[in-house]
Each structure stands twice: as C-alpha cells, then as structure tokens.
Design a protein around this ligand. Structure first.
Ligand code: ADP
Ligand code: MG
Length: 691
C-alpha cells in the first residue's frame, strides 16, 4: 500500500490507544511519522568543559563532586557541586532516594546531561540525566551522533516518537515517493529525498554538527525546499479557488466617503489615499477581495478601514470590523462611532462581556441590517450572530488570528454561495519577497507614510545601572501631565530569576514615585481586570502604566509620550518597534528609553543601535532580517508567519525564488503531484498555516 495511506497502526506497538494520541500530533499515516521531523537536536556527542558552560546550553559534562549537601531552604533538594578544573556546576535534585544520596558523595565522578541555568548561586542543572563514571576511564560522551528531539504532546513520550521514527525508517523508507521533477533535483543539485529524511532523523556521526544544529545542512535544506514548495502550492491553490468564488460587487459613487473626509480634522496622507483606491477597485469586482494592508504603527490604518467601509455601506451592505482583543475592539468602536454616527450610519458593538439586553439589541440591529457597521472581537463570528448582508470584513492586526479563523469568518458571510470581501491589516512589515511567499493567497497594499507633523520618537539606550536617572525622567514627564509606559518583558518563567517581574517593578516604582498614579497590567490578569486598568490609562486616570508586553498591539493613547522598556536586549527588533509605536502619537515630543542589563551580546548591541538609528518600520524589518541568525529568539509567531516543520522562512529566503519557479512548473506540467505533496507537508487540515 502507498505509505501515504498506510495507517500508523501498521507500525509495531501502535494500537488504537496510541494511534488516537498520535492524531493530536496530526500523525495518521506512516508517511506522517516519517515527516514528523525533529525540531531540534541535543548534542551529546562531546563533553563541554565546565568553564565553557553558558546559561541556556544543553550539554554533557563530566566532573568530580566537591560538595554534596541536602539543602532545606525553599524546597528540600540534593545539591552536588562538581568541578573539572576549568569551572564549577551545581547539580540539583528535588526528588532523590537515599541510595542516590549515598552514591553521590564527595569525590565521586559523574557524567551529566541537562540544561544549564543561571541562578543566584551560579550555574546549575536541575535534574540532569547522569551516570557515575569510574575515576580511571577516559571520559567519553554517550552518543556518537546528534539526538533528535521531536515535537510531542501529552501522553506521547519523546522516546516513543524516537522508536516510531526508527521503525518507520527501517521498514518504510523505500516506499517514500519523490515528487520533485528530476530536472529540478538536478538543477538545484539536491540529494534524493530518502537520504535527506534519513539524515534528519538519524544524523550520521560524521555529519557537520554546526550546520545541522543551525538547520543549514544541505540535506535539511532539501526538505525545507520541499516544505516551502508545498506551502506555496497550497496558497496558490487557495487563491485559484477563491477567484472562482462570487462576491457582491460593492460599487458606490463615494458620497459617504466624501462626507467622512469632510468631517475629519485632517486630510488623508497620499499613502492612505492610494491604498483606499486599491481597495475600492477590489470591492467593485465580483470575486471576493483578499487584501493585506501593511502599514507601520501609527500610519493610520484604522482610518483606511473606515474609509473603505463607506463604500460597502453606501452599496447597502454591512461591514464587520474584527479586533484581536476586547480593548482594541472598544477603541475601534469609539472611533467608528465618532466617525459614522454624524453621517447617520449606525455602529453596533458586540462584546464578550456585554449584558444580555445590550447584546440582544445589538444582535437584532445586526440581523435587521439597521447596524451597518459592527465592531467586535472574534465573538462577531460566533453562533447566533446573523448578518442581514455582510459585504466586507476587516481584520485588524491579522497575525493574532489564524488562517483558520480567517476562513471561518469568510464562511460566516457566505450567502447563496457569495462571500464577503476581506481586508486584513497588519503592522508587521514584511519585505516584499517574503510577503509573496507567505501571503501568496493575498494581494498586498502598503501604507508607507506616516501622517504629517509626527516628530519621530527619540530613542536612547541606557544600562540598568543608571535606572535612577530614568525614574527621574518618569517623574518629570508625569509632572508635565504626560503619561508613561514602563514595559517589563517576562520572557520565560525559567529565566524569570534575573528578570525583574512586573510586579516587583510596580511596587518599587510606586514607592519611588508617590506623586504619580501608578498601575499594573499583565497577561496573567483576568481580562476584565486588565481592561479596567487599560481603560483607566486611556482615560488619563493613571500616569504610569507598568506592563508586560500585553500592550504591544494597537493601543492608541496620544497623551503617552514616554516609554521605558526594560531588558530591551532580550526582545526582538520588531517587537521593540511595535512597543515603541505606542508613543509618538500625539503632538508632544516623545521618547523611548531602552534599558539593558550589561554585558550586551554583539547581536543585542546591533539591535539596540538599529532602534536608536531609525523609526522606520520597513528599515527595522530589513535589519531584523539581516541580523536574525539561526537560533535567535524572535519567534515566527510574532511576525505572523506560519510555523514550519523544518523550513525557516527567514533563514531559507534564498530558496524562495526557486520555490516559486518550481511551483509554477508543477502547476503547468505536473498538476497530479500537487495534491500528494501538499498533503505530505500540510497534512489533512493545513493546520500549521495557523498564523
Ligand atoms: P495604526 O496604523 O497603527 O493602526 P492608527 O489608525 O491607530 O494607526 O492611527 C494613529 C493615529 O493617527 C490616530 O490617532 C489617528 O487618528 C491619526 N491619523 C490617522 N490618519 C491621519 C492623517 N491622515 N493625518 C493625521 N492624523 C491621522
Ligand atoms: Mg491599529
């Protein structure tokens, strides 16, 4: 049987129970197992000297126990301090038996494997895997090749996945079909698929470790190419399907548009005008628009949305505006009401927290068509919400929604086989080549100009040792009636030790600045509580808002003119840029203080200089791309890109032109290969297009 159709239960040891669990990883067939690729490797091939350990490393070490002790402070734990002449490391065990304790004595030599963490008392490994080794043996590392680490899920052990992969490789590798045309393989000098799969699951002992760890090994690149190709093909296919769909043509004379503009206290920027025209032309078509509007933070995308909404409303259709959070929905609702109600256009607001009666009233107005514009979160598309005639959906800050939600939302508007037009707005600028690869199913417009009279935000980079000066500065701004953001990123719980938590910071700042009204907002708060605090800040009742990065998206408080970002060296460039975009929205000069903990890595130094040197989102994106090496923190989620199994769209950009050419070739000459190729990489549900 074709392994594309051979169920996982064909593998030994996989019964119905395990098969069901494997489904959670989207593993249905033997082929799925072969294409369930390690997302990283552990390097147990060499012993790292203790002096060479750095926090975050996973390493094999060998050392002699100098001190073994049971500590009772906090949680009871067994601590073994080992040394190898180059440095020290503490092995910490929370669970240990008496036998273990009596073995791990002073003088005993151990080999351990684990992740290195930095604590107050130095470098540590918590619950390392370890073995006691003899005094006389030359220390050898345990493995002769890199150890694969597979994405896993509850109830499926890493070791079972390793065993399944091994079994699938041993018994079924030869059944894998090659879908890339011979000419393409030859032209790109690609190895055969089987060899690539084998290497990725089971790297040879002599494989170049550094390349493998970085995902740049030619055999990995071969797979990354195929994955990008499958993704590209699926997007192109989606696009073709969409072009066959029907949408209402929303032609209008633009009278409402004109009236909206007349009541604005300012004129549109050229960029806004151009993008509005592009959208307007799409809306007049009879196939559904799928357009992405990119525009830097503060470029005025909300107004673009309002302007294009007028065309739909004038054509007697409804418009839905969808925001990623209740808070942003609230902000949009206010803006839209402000703009539309004077024009006699009713704006309804749907919210998760609204009372029964107000919800019923909103639902009735939406169903009757009385409300021409509806603003809300994804609650807009829940059951029970019926539109009279939805013509246009605007999705703000798209990367917080997945492709799935985008599609579900389109279905919602499906009436007699006709779909609403869709406009997606994002503040994450992506260079054009990437945009083409990622959004092949969308047209792209760019608002590449900021409204006039914006003074660029002045950015300074200051070490944490000069914190007192920064606090002075906050006081000064507060005294002038300006509002201030103080952002404390919490990167990861395990690293929280050296990071000041937002709570500590708030306490300290409130103490240091009794003159100011200080409030705290963080991601762990209940949504209602969070919104209450944010609303107080928007309303000017709070001078200093201490926050984790929850404020990143879309907040518009023009009176906020100072932003402090702590641990700025930990954040990616585009995230820093998004955060900074929260200030510089009013008429006063704004500044952004990037506080860092020395010493700075080379990369962090470059990122912070980039922030100091430019305010331009596209330039930032360009530098981000340039700086972003493999293994860098900046996650794909943040930039709204799909999560791939092996490809990394930044790292593998060089492949994109040939991916695009190959996609065209397959469409033209080998259309029958498209389906199996897409299924192999994207599975049944295209799940990992989720962005
Ligand atoms: P973003 O693109 O980040 O969503 P917003 O839509 O929140 O930006 O707009 C930022 C601010 O700029 C808002 O206060 C908005 O009223 C204002 N604005 C938008 N367009 C213009 C314009 N053409 N001239 C002056 N101010 C504008
Ligand atoms: Mg916005």
């Amino acid at each position: 049987m074709d392994i594309d159709a051979l169920p996982v239960t064909a593998l030994k040891g996989v019964g119905p129970r395990l098969a069901e669990k494997l489904q959670r990883l989207d593993l249905y067939t033997v082929q799925d197992v072969l294409f369930h690729l390690p997302y990283r490797y552990q390097d147990r091939t060499r012993i790292v000297e203790l002096g060479g350990l750095r926090p975050g490393m996973e390493a094999v070490v060998v050392g002699t126990i100098e001190v073994a002790d049971v500590a009772f402070r906090g949680k009871r734990s067994l601590l073994c301090r080992i040394s190898d002449g180059t440095g020290f490391l503490t092995l910490r065990f929370f669970h240990f038996s008496a036998a273990q304790q009596s073995r791990l004595q002073r003088g005993c030599r151990v080999r351990a494997y684990g992740e290195v963490r930095l604590t107050r008392s130095g470098l540590e490994m918590i619950h390392p895997e370890y073995t006691v080794v003899s005094e006389h043996d030359a220390p050898s590392a345990a493995e002769d090749h890199l150890t694969p680490v597979y994405p896993t899920t509850e109830g499926v052990h890493q070791l079972s996945l390793r065993r399944l992969a091994a079994q699938a490789l041993d018994r079924h590798l030869d059944d894998i079909r090659e879908w890339l045309p011979q000419a393409v393989l030859a032209a790109l000098d690609f190895p055969v698929l089987k060899e690539a799969l084998l290497c990725v699951h089971r790297p040879a002992p002599d494989a170049e470790v550094v390349l493998l760890l970085e995902g740049r090994h030619p055999l990995q690149q071969r797979l990354a190419f195929e994955e990008l190709l499958a993704y590209q093909l699926s997007l192109l296919r989606a696009r073709t399907t969409k072009q066959r769909q029907q949408a209402p043509s929303l032609g209008s004379q633009g009278r409402l548009h004109q009236r909206l503009l007349e009541q604005l206290p300012f004129g549109l920027t050229d960029a806004q005008r151009r993008v509005i025209d592009e959208v307007r032309r799409d809306l007049e078509q009879e196939c559904p628009m799928q357009r992405l509007v990119q525009g830097d933070v503060g470029s005025g995308k909300t107004l673009v949305a309002a302007a294009v909404a007028t065309f739909a409303v004038e054509a007697a259709y409804q418009v839905a505006i969808m925001a990623p959070t209740e808070l942003l929905a609230e902000q949009h609702a206010k803006n839209f009401q402000h703009w539309f109600e004077p024009l006699g256009v009713e704006v309804a607001r749907l919210s998760g927290k609204q009372g029964v009666r107000s919800r019923a009233a909103a639902l009735a107005a939406i169903a009757s068509g009385e409300a021409a514009v509806v603003v809300g979160t994804h609650a807009l598309f829940q059951q029970g919400v019926e539109f009279a005639g939805l013509g246009l959906v605007v999705v703000d800050e798209q990367h917080r929604f997945g492709v799935h939600q985008r599609l579900a939302l389109r279905e919602k508007g499906n009436r007699d086989g006709r779909y609403p037009h869709q406009l997606i707005m994002t503040a994450t600028p992506i260079p054009r080549t990437l945009a083409q690869a990622i959004y092949a199913d969308l047209n792209v417009s760019v608002v590449d100009e900021l409204p006039p009279n914006r003074t660029p935000v002045k950015t300074v980079v200051i070490p944490d040792s000069r914190r007192a000066e920064v606090v002075e500065r906050v006081l000064h701004a507060g005294r002038q009636g300006q509002q201030v953001y103080w952002v404390c990123p919490l990167i990861e719980e395990s690293e929280a030790l050296e990071l000041q938590t937002a709570t500590d910071t708030e306490t300290a700042l409130a103490e240091a600045l009794p003159q100011l009204r200080v409030a705290l907002v963080h991601g762990r708060m209940r949504p209602a509580e969070k919104e209450r605090v944010m609303a107080a800040f928007m309303g000017g009742e709070v001078d200093l808002l201490v926050a984790t990065t929850v404020i990143e998206v879309g907040m518009d408080v023009p009176n906020a003119s100072l932003m402090i970002i702590e641990n700025a060296e930990r954040l990616g460039l585009s995230q820093l840029h998004q955060l900074r975009g929260r200030v510089g929205r009013g008429t006063t000069d704004s500044s952004c203080v990037l506080l860092y903990q020395p010493p700075l890595s080379e990369l962090a130094r470059k990122r912070l200089s980039a922030m100091r040197e430019t305010n331009d989102g596209f330039e930032i994106a360009r530098r981000d791309l340039e700086l972003r090496g493999p293994g860098e923190m900046l996650g794909t989620r943040q930039t709204g890109m799909p999560r791939f199994r092996i490809a990394d769209i930044m790292r593998d950009q060089v492949l994109l032109p040939s991916v695009q050419r190959t996609a065209a070739l397959l469409l033209e000459k080998y259309p029958e290969r498209i389906d199996p190729l897409v299924r192999r990489w994207l599975g049944q549900g295209e799940k990992y297009c989720d962005i």
